[in-house]
Structure formats: C-alpha cells, structure tokens
Design a binder for this molecule. Structure first.
Ligand code: DGL
Length: 271
C-alpha cells in the first residue's frame, strides 16, 4: 500500500495524479485536518505531527509514504527520513517528499535560469526549493513569494472570485517582473488555481502541475526500486482517513480529488 500524508485536503491534488499515473496500487490517504493548516507551524510541532502521521501510515501497512505537503517536505522530511533509517521494523520502508522531484523537473524546464517559487510562509522561509535548485544548478536565480492568503481562499472555495484573482496578481507581480520562465507551485492547494496562475503569468512562463511531476517521478522511482515495488499491493483500493470529522472531509475533499469520496474513516494518530 502507498500512503499519502498531508496536513489536510491539499495532498489529494497529488493523490489524484498518482492514481491517474499508477492506478493499480492500493492507496491510504491521511489528512491531519484536526491540526491543519501546517503552513505557519514551528519546526518542532511539524516534526511531531509528521512523525505521528508516518507512524500511523506504517502501522496500517504502508510500504512507501509520500509526504504530499510542501511544508512538511521542506521543513522536517530529511530529518525524519534519517531517523526512520534507524527504526528496525520500518528501516526498509520509504518516505518520499515532493520537493526533489519538482526541483529536478524545473531544472530541466528552465531555459533562462530564472525560476519563481510560491508557497506557504513556512515553505518559503525554509528556502528548501532554493537550496535544492542551487544544488543542481548554482546559476539558477530564484525569486520566491510567500502567499499565505491562498490556502484559506481555496478552502473557502473562493477560486473564481475577483478578489482572489486580485490577490494572486499582487503576489505574482514581483515574480513576473523578475522575468522568470518557470514558476514552481510549492503548495498542495495551488493546483486548484492552476488556470489562474497560468493566465496571470502568461504563455511564455511554464507553470507545471506539481502533482503530475510527483506522479511521474514515482513511476520512475518504482522502476528503479523493484525491491519496494514488489511489496506494494495492487488491488486498486483507495482508503481515506482524517483526524477530524469524516463527513466534513468527504464533502470538501472531492474538489481536491476531482471525484466523489463515498467513505472516510477517522484516524487517531496521536498515540
Ligand atoms: N499542505 C500545505 C503545503 O503544501 C498547505 C496547507 C497547510 O498550510 O497546511 O504546504
């Protein structure tokens, strides 16, 4: 089983693309809605929440976990990956994030080595995208912008409102005038505004769907790691869990997944 972990609904934009690309596998989704959003949390808190989520998913039988949340991937993932290598019964299981695949793809896309990054305050402050981009290509100039208003606007379904477009334009103005040719959407919620991002940035700027990149990279990863692939069950089973109210999750989640979710289970991850 493949586990997908996120602070709430946003990781479903990644799961949506994983299911499209790799439909045969069983997936277990965990949204920590009771404690979302993660975007402004401290490092210590994020680490504790993520460890609890990961323990839950491994405990349910996941062999591979994707931390779909950019905030988690950028702040605590590396530390957690290292720690779990020392845990006897899960050391052969894998935890993957979203930053690396997105960065690897961006380096291939950019022609003028000028890249924009948007994300939560915490992801932008961590400079993870910048560090990883420079690791692969030190000549890349990175223009970052925290967009803290976008997650609540997406969750409130204000996607089509003129106010959201105005806010988006304001956030994107400095990045656009920096003449970037590629924009990284460094937050799980932003693919719901993909059309708006693309319209505002204009035709000459590539704005890839991050979920698609993560899915393509997982296809490649599984080809390179048959020892993991053979452990994954293939029954096309999808299980959705949340730490908050399952009924509310089911109602709101379909917008992120692009299809109706019939059944959601409550997960107790704090123990
Ligand atoms: N999932 C988070 C991310 O990708 C956005 C929502 C939150 O702040 O919890 O950074």
């Amino acid at each position: 089983m493949i586990g997908v972990f996120d602070s709430g609904y946003g990781g479903l934009t990644v799961l949506k693309e994983l299911i499209k690309e790799l439909p045969d596998y069983d997936y277990l989704y965990l949204g920590d809605n009771a404690r979302a959003p993660y975007g402004n949390r401290s490092h210590e808190t994020l680490k504790k929440f993520t460890e609890q989520g990961i323990n839950y998913l491994f405990g349910q039988g996941c062999v591979l976990i994707i931390t779909a949340c950019n905030t988690v991937s950028s702040q605590v993932l590396r530390e957690i990956q290292e720690e779990y290598l020392l845990v006897p019964n899960v050391k052969d299981r894998k935890i993957l994030g979203v930053i690396k695949p997105i960065v690897e793809e961006t380096v291939k896309i950019t022609k003028n080595n000028r890249v924009g990054v948007v994300g939560t305050r915490s992801t932008i402050n961590s400079k993870s995208y910048e560090v990883e981009l420079h690791h692969l290509n030190p000549d890349i100039k990175v223009y970052s912008q925290a967009c803290p208003l976008l997650v609540p606007l997406v969750e409130e379904d204000w996607i089509k409102k003129p106010e959201t477009r105005m806010i988006l334009k304001k956030y994107l103005r400095p990045i656009k005038s920096a003449n970037v040719d590629t924009l990284i959407l460094g937050c799980t919620h932003y693919p719901l505004l993909l059309k708006e991002f693309r319209q505002i940035m204009g035709k000459r700027i590539t704005v890839p769907n991050p979920g698609k990149i993560v899915a393509h990279s997982l296809v490649d990863y599984l080809k390179r790691h048959p020892e993991i692939e053979t452990l994954l069950t293939k029954g096309k089973k999808r299980t959705y869990t949340t730490t908050d109210d399952p009924t509310r999750f089911a109602a709101a989640a379909s917008k992120f997944l692009g299809q109706k979710i019939e059944e959601v289970f409550k997960a107790d991850i704090s123990s």
